[in-house]
Design a protein around this ligand. Sequence first.
Ligand code: DC
Length: 228
Amino acid sequence: MGKIIIAIDGYSSCGKSTMAKQMAKSLNYIYIDTGAMYRAVTLFALRNGFLSKGELNQSELLDVLHTIDVAFKHNSTTNTSETFLNGKNVEEEIRGLEVSSHVSKIAQVKEVRAKMVDLQREMGKDRGLVMDGRDIGTVVFPNAELKIFMTADYKIRAQRRFDELQAKGDTITYEAVLDNINSRDMDDTSRTENPLIQADDAIVIDNSNITPEEQLQIALNHAHNKIA
Ligand code: DC
């Protein structure tokens, strides 16, 4: 049975990475979270003082871009893949608020994207891969055998994210979460470099009114058809 490449793109907070991980597990494929890669570069920029007061000093970042190494390693205790920046585990730190609020600035930089796309193609050279992001089916793997574009109503995405944050004890308001989702959608779709666009040959899954289990089943059915 041949191994395929599965590209999953879509809006933020619509469950892409959860579904991508489940698909990879079920198919015994590798899972790559490309958002984590942009987050790791953002952490590097923050640590080196290239991002301050929301402004990026792009030329300083580009001068040292070649020294940035982003990789994934499997943690056998938690059975998850973790993000490493220049050899150090940064999985926790890249999920924090500081990185989250600066990452879209970094994701707009052409040279950063070119470097990440090269790394992502290298990671997919043996196929058998589920990769999620914003430009996977359009730019990184335009010939991927299966492309899925995930979406959900923005109010439903905001409610889900709000519930998740509340469960963690966060005191953020629903309105603040909604604003954040809207601005992330705007950043993702309006940037010049590799914006979020639905590939012509992508299968669209709108999960506003279906359960995660139903969604996974739909996606896996498509994958099994392609693999067969
Ligand atoms: O999926 P995420 O929220 O972890 O993504 C973090 C940021 O990186 C977000 O601003 C979108 C951006 N991104 C991107 O531009 N291209 C990708 N392939 C993946 C993420």
